[in-house]
Design a protein around this ligand. Structure first.
Ligand code: F6P
Length: 350
């Protein structure tokens, strides 16, 4: 078979591990040929593709990013995009496409599948917000990076008797904040799913500090906002840079941490600092967990392609890799389990 592969949306550690599994696995087991579409759906819309040879892909397991590039191109927001995708696939003699992406990339794959595209999806995103799979690869690496950062912030917070606010990624969901916050012993974890009260946060900090502690580290997801409408508007104003929106309608986030640190300092008098971890969470080599998961997903996608199970996505459920309809996963944000948030993060153990 001649298999095309694309990686779309924000990159994440483990993408190259999927490419390796599909390309090397396909070549060795089935004598497949592989073609890499450049920069996500852009490559398929524009017919920009390169051959992917098994020998070139053998050494990429540990490498961060994606060797075929990524973008937030939406074929449905591009002139004649869906028709151009179908035409490219036909012109290049592609028998099947493996689309590796998150909600946006796989949402487009789902719509294209209903137009006849022979596509199998592989779930990725550091945010871990894709439904149908217990976890996406990239998430574990991001949590490790964020946890290490929180550990480091804790020691400098202690030395200077400060409040440190660590802002992590998570546009709509707070999985990274919750996991890294618990692992790093944060005093507060603030997530987009649960709007917070600045007053309540400050009150808990006062209580902690009056109890003899002289430092606190808070974790806030970039998409978290205060409950109070005027405070939320002020916090949104702090998002930097404002920028525009991408083809899927997402604006740029980043800045809530700085705003919150200022509010805490103003309300409590405690000296506060903010750190935005940003893309450090997305770059670099995947953890062992993400290498294994991405390799399993890649191998499973290859099997699904050879079984002709198009319009599906591979997913992790109860420790096993399964196939589910793309429509069950894409576009349905998986939020943080309220029980986990309330019962562990809400204990303020930090
Ligand atoms: O891929 C998800 C994500 O990492 C979000 O957490 C974040 O808001 C966004 O991507 C950042 O995207 P970009 O790199 O395009 O600014």
């Amino acid at each position: 078979m001649r298999i095309g592969i694309l990686t779309g949306g924000g990159d994440c550690p483990g993408l190259n591990a999927v490419i390796r599994a599909v390309v090397v696995g396909g070549s060795v087991t089935y004598d497949d040929e592989a073609v890499g579409f450049l920069d996500g759906w852009r490559g398929v819309v524009e017919g920009a593709a390169v051959p992917l040879l098994a020998d070139e892909c053998r050494g990429i397991l540990t490498r961060g990013g994606t060797i075929i590039g990524s973008s937030r191109t939406n074929p449905f927001a591009t002139d004649a995009g869906p028709d151009r995708v179908l035409a490219t696939v036909q012109q290049l003699g592609i028998d099947a496409l493996v689309a590796v992406g998150g909600n946006d990339t796989l949402g487009a794959a789902d719509r294209l599948a209903s137009l006849g595209l022979r596509v199998v999806g592989v779930p990725k995103t550091i945010d871990n917000d894709l439904s149908g799979t217990e976890v996406t690869f990239g998430f574990d690496t991001a949590v490790q990076v964020a946890t290490e950062a929180i550990d480091r912030l804790q020691t400098t917070a202690e030395s200077h008797h400060r409040v440190m606010v660590c802002e992590v990624m998570g546009r709509n969901v707070g999985h990274i904040a919750v996991h890294a916050g618990i692992a790093g012993g944060a005093a507060e974890i603030l997530i987009p799913e649960v709007p917070f009260s600045v007053e309540a946060v400050c009150e808990r900090l006062r209580l902690r500090h009056s109890g003899g502690r002289f430092f606190s580290t808070l974790v806030v997801a970039e998409g978290a906002l205060p409950r109070d409408e005027s405070a939320a508007a002020a916090a949104k104003g702090a998002w930097v840079p404002a920028g525009g929106t991408d083809q899927f309608g997402h604006g740029r986030l980043g800045g809530i941490g700085g705003w919150l640190a200022q509010e805490i300092e103003r309300n409590t008098g405690y000296e506060a600092r903010a750190t935005i971890l940003g893309h450090i969470q997305r770059g670099g080599s995947p953890t062992a967990f993400d290498r294994v998961l991405a390799t399993r997903f890649g191998a499973a996608a290859l099997e699904a392609v050879h079984d002709g199970e198009f319009g599906t996505m591979v997913a992790l459920q109860a420790g096993r890799i399964v196939r589910i309809p793309l429509s069950e996963a894409a576009g349905k944000a998986k939020i943080v389990d309220p029980h986990l948030f309330e019962s562990v993060a809400g204990l303020y153990l930090g």
